[in-house]
Design a protein around this ligand. Structure first.
Ligand code: CU
Length: 69
């Protein structure tokens, strides 16, 4: 299996601290090897193997934010 990146849009992030919260939660999802978050645009890129959209959504919710797409 090759590593693939999935991109999501997260609402509610306002600053770098928000982005770090999201990154820390999503990084804990099994199979995730890299997470890139941009608070200004809301872009969340998750790299890894074997994780699901539902797991990413749940991790973002755990951090207190929401995936809109
Ligand atoms: Cu913030």
């Amino acid at each position: 299996m090759t590593e693939a990146g999935s991109t999501y849009i997260v609402t509610g992030m306002h600053c770098g601290s928000c982005a770090l919260n999201v990154r820390d939660e999503v990084r804990d999802v099994p199979g995730v090897t890299d997470v890139v978050v941009d608070a200004a645009s809301g872009n969340l890129t998750v790299v890894g193997v074997g994780f699901t959209d539902a797991q990413v959504h749940a991790a973002v919710a755990e951090a207190g934010y929401r995936v809109t797409s």
